[in-house]
Design a protein around this ligand. Structure first.
Ligand SMILES: [Zn+2]
Length: 401
């Protein structure tokens, strides 16, 4: 064992906000969002170091987005809530969700809105015919459904609809239309398929030609679901940066982090950038570990030499933890690495600092026993087993902004 637990850090806030440097009213900042912990921890709070405005900036612009759209909600469901059913994760509402129904050999669109989990959908099957699939236990009210189909077609004629196209949809996915909040959405793998679907359905001269079918979900079929998440490197980087910087403030005191050498970091954390990519998660297959590029992000304006190398601490070795983070100084630069769930480790060069860091700081959280711990090397940094935690391989540098 190369570390000892040192959970004695006490916040040394001055009332000046560590993010905007103003003396505004502070409020309680949870360093790691409460959603990532099984319960509140006193070592996870700053009460006198972050102003209300900055705190809500991170909450509303970064954390809310991440919990609504990103794959983090998958791990939160699995590891924090210990519940993987569709009902448990309310964040699914905001995602595109497709469930494979073995019995019908068909994908169905799901929403996870209470009472509208599986909306009715008109699907153009392989035989070229249209089927109106209705999720229901009781008998079909034929007249009602024919009226609903007519409404959808009228909306299509008036061009009152939206489309969702994605080449990531499975190859056996049939184009379809369903209504979400009264607006029809045409779903297809590409533009051509969507156009063909609309053309063909508008050619149907009698809605009775559209066949009515019931469908029902059986146990465990949601194991085959496909969820579309949004992934934003920018938002994730800022999300991590907030955690790193606030823990740094807890460990080293707010005077330390108020230094001007952290001004670039403060600016980067507040830059608004909403770019994201969409990615598919097929239950059971994961994300194939393609979320973060390997290397270092840097936020300091000064351009580091391409040959510049900083050792990377291999947090991979701490896999039993839900969260792990390490803060260290190397060649005059303050660096941090952070790992959350099964997402690739995030490494960052935070600032060039004069003052010594005095130690290497490791923080871990385990959802298994709900323990949040701070560690330091037993005696000095020499005590680190370099083979265990260091990786001196070349690390690419990426511009943070
Ligand atoms: Zn502030």
């Amino acid at each position: 064992m190369f570390f000892r637990v040192n959970n004695s850090h006490i916040e040394n806030g001055t009332g000046t906000c560590i993010w905007c440097k103003k003396n505004e009213k502070t409020n309680i900042a949870h360093i790691i969002s409460k959603k990532l912990l099984k319960s509140d921890h006193k070592n996870n709070k700053l009460t006198n170091s972050v102003c209300e405005k900055c705190n809500s900036y991170f909450g509303e612009n970064i954390e809310d987005w991440i919990f609504k759209y990103s794959p983090i909600s998958f791990w939160v469901g699995r590891d924090i809530l210990n519940d993987m059913t569709l009902d448990a994760d309310r964040s699914f509402i905001y995602k595109k969700l497709f469930v494979w129904f073995k019995e019908y050999k068909e994908w169905f669109v799901a929403t996870n809105i209470k009472g509208k989990k599986f909306p009715s959908q008109i699907i153009k099957k392989g035989d070229g015919r249209f089927y109106f699939y209705i999720y229901k236990k009781d008998k079909l009210m034929r007249e009602n459904y024919l009226m609903e189909i007519q409404e959808i077609i009228t909306q299509l004629q008036k061009k009152n609809y939206t489309t969702y196209l994605s080449s990531l949809l499975p190859h056996n996915f049939h184009s379809r239309i369903f209504r979400f909040n009264d607006t029809p959405i045409v779903i297809a793998r590409n533009d051509d398929q969507a156009e063909l679907f609309i053309k063909k359905i508008l050619e149907v001269n009698d809605v009775k030609k559209i066949l009515l079918k019931n469908y029902r979900m059986r146990n465990n079929e949601h194991r085959h679901l496909i969820i579309f998440y949004k992934w934003s490197l920018k938002k994730y980087s800022k999300f991590y940066l907030k955690i790193i910087f606030e823990y740094q403030s807890l460990i080293k005191g707010s005077e330390f982090v108020l230094g001007k050498e952290f001004d670039d970091l403060r600016k980067s954390a507040k830059l608004k950038n909403n770019s994201f990519v969409e990615l598919m998660f097929l239950n059971g297959q994961g994300f194939n570990r393609k979320l973060f590029p390997r290397g270092y992000f840097q936020i300091i304006k000064e351009t580091l030499d391409k040959e510049f190398k900083i050792p990377i601490f291999e947090l991979e070795l701490l896999q039993k933890y839900t969260f792990s983070m390490i803060l260290y100084k190397n060649q005059g630069y303050l660096c941090a690495s952070l790992k959350l769930f099964e997402i690739e480790q995030f490494n960052i060069v935070l600032a060039k600092i004069e003052a010594p860091l005095e130690s290497i700081y490791l923080i871990t959280y385990s959802a298994d026993d709900n323990s949040l711990n701070f560690y330091e090397p037993v005696n000095s940094m020499v005590d680190f087993d370099e083979k265990l935690v260091l990786n001196m391989e070349e690390a690419n540098l990426y511009d943070f902004n």
